[in-house]
Design a protein around this ligand. Structure first.
Ligand code: ACO
Length: 440
């Protein structure tokens, strides 16, 4: 059961001649919220907050973000420490279980991931029936949803042991599905996961090994992938995690719930931005006029937005973007890669950081701004960028799902303010309506 936030003070709301006292609760890092859960009962009123920009859906012990100061911590541990010191599997354990694993817990968790890495053989044939050119994110969400038909049901009523196993299964298999989808898309035979390889090495091997050219696993690529996966592993109540919590609150199966997260992540305003950034940088490169695109981004009559810029929560430099930018510059330099897109990205960032439009609105590079350039350098194809994000986010989604089912959560069911036609406005239309002679 979740530790509840403490009540620290009260807010008084004066509305339509009534005065209502509402508790103010405070989290462990001092974040405050007016608790309006009794508002409708006591006043008949609801609140409206499009995009939930000012609304907390839950209390959570998983991730802490301070968007003004650029702080991101998983289970209390700063992201910079995690990226520098531990593996992605350790971070997955941390998110799901609350603490970093001991040596024996790490071995048990790694074994659980390994023993559940194989995709049900009958599901393999599904890949044959997606059209050529299908986006791997669509394949991924379909396949994850289909897992519900192949594996035992996992929902709020499932026993703890099965939950443990199913969570490991979904974290592990998604990696296998992603690599299979890629191999199918390029017409190469699939490569099965291996128990002797670590999580990230296994993924790289499934992506790049071939019967004619065995893949030499590069320790630097494995390290980088660990860092990239760690920084993407959770981000509290973002769009896809909110989708996971919403679908999960209906007590849907774990696999359908995670598939909803994958679908939400595919959007270009969310995880799809990493692919959109590269496409945009390439367009700017072809045009050659960086300043023109900065002007377009600032023009309110132009729908153009700088992809990889801005964030709902961060109003300063995204700490994840800072890590990726450094890794990207170091990796490209060490590999002797001269990517002109990196130069364009630097120029955009330099201009934006001097421009009051971006500075006043707190628009800085977000995590997606430099990841695409780094993935490209690592040989990851562009249509797999968002899939990489999904693999990394799996432990976060699973952690939130587990927290939610253990927390007597109410079904997510917001209200609305109806602004459609009234009964008096439609009464004549209904009275005059001539029904067809035959209703088919
Ligand atoms: N380029 C130009 N202007 C922008 C941008 C941008 N990328 N992002 C925000 N703005 C402007 C808006 O036009 C708005 O200006 P206004 O106040 O004059 O109307 C102001 O900044 C605030 O923007 P909102 O859209 O209200 O911010 P919101 O929190 O709703 O959106 C979002 C955040 C979706 C990330 C937005 O910044 C965006 O579209 N960025 C580009 C897409 C992107 O990179 N998404 C990845 C986000 S990170 C992630 O999901 C992993």
């Amino acid at each position: 059961m979740m530790k509840k936030a403490k009540k620290t003070s009260e807010a008084i709301l004066k509305v339509e001649g009534k005065e209502v006292v509402l508790p103010v609760i405070c989290g462990t890092e001092g974040e405050k919220a007016v608790d309006i859960s009794t508002l409708r009962k006591s006043t008949g009123l609801i609140t409206i907050d499009p995009g939930f920009a000012n609304t907390a859906n839950c209390c959570s012990q998983i991730t802490y973000i301070d968007g003004e100061k650029g702080i991101l911590r998983y289970r209390g541990i700063p992201i910079t420490e995690l990226a520098a010191k531990v593996s992605f599997v350790d971070v997955a354990y941390l998110l799901v279980h609350g603490t970093l694993p001991t040596e024996s817990e790490r071995i048990d968790f790694s074994n659980l991931l390994n023993y559940n890495s194989l995709l049900h053989e009958d599901m393999r044939h599904f890949f044959d029936h997606f059209p050529k050119g299908a986006h791997p994110m669509h394949i991924l969400s379909t396949m994850v949803n289909a897992m519900a038909a192949f594996y035992p049901t996992v929902d709020v009523t499932t026993t703890a042991r099965n939950i443990e196993r199913s969570c490991a299964r979904v974290i592990s298999i998604v990696r296998t599905i992603a690599a299979f989808a890629y191999k199918k898309s390029i017409g190469e035979p699939i490569v099965y996961p291996r128990h002797d390889l670590s999580y990230c090495a296994n993924f790289l091997n499934m992506m790049f090994d071939s019967p004619v050219k065995p893949y030499r696993i590069s320790p630097e690529a494995v390290r980088l992938l660990n860092v990239l996966f760690i920084i993407h592993a959770d981000h509290e109540q973002n769009c896809s995690t909110t989708a996971v919590r919403a679908i999960g609150s209906a007590q849907a199966n774990l696999y359908s719930t995670i598939a909803a997260g994958v679908s939400a992540l595919s959007g270009p305003l969310h995880g799809g931005a990493n692919q959109a950034v590269i496409e945009q940088l390439r367009m700017i490169q072809a045009d050659g006029d960086v300043a023109k695109f900065i002007r377009k981004a600032k023009d309110k009559n132009d729908p153009f937005r700088l992809m990889g810029f801005g964030h709902r929560v961060y109003k300063t430099y995204d700490p994840r973007a800072e890590i990726v930018r450094k890794e990207c510059e170091n990796y490209l330099a060490a590999s002797g890669i001269n990517d002109p897109l990196l130069d364009i990205a630097h120029r955009i960032e330099d201009i934006a950081r001097q421009d009051s439009y971006f500075v006043d609105r707190g628009l800085y590079p977000n995590v997606d701004f430099y990841t695409g350039i780094l993935y490209r350098a690592m040989g990851i194809p562009e249509n797999m960028f968002t899939v990489m994000f999904a693999l990394a986010r799996l432990p976060g989604w699973v952690a939130h799902w587990r927290e939610m089912i253990g927390d007597e959560t109410k079904i997510v069911r917001p209200r609305q303010i109806y602004t459609g036609r009234t009964l008096s406005e439609v009464s004549a239309e209904v009275a005059d309506f001539e029904p067809p002679a035959l209703i088919i």
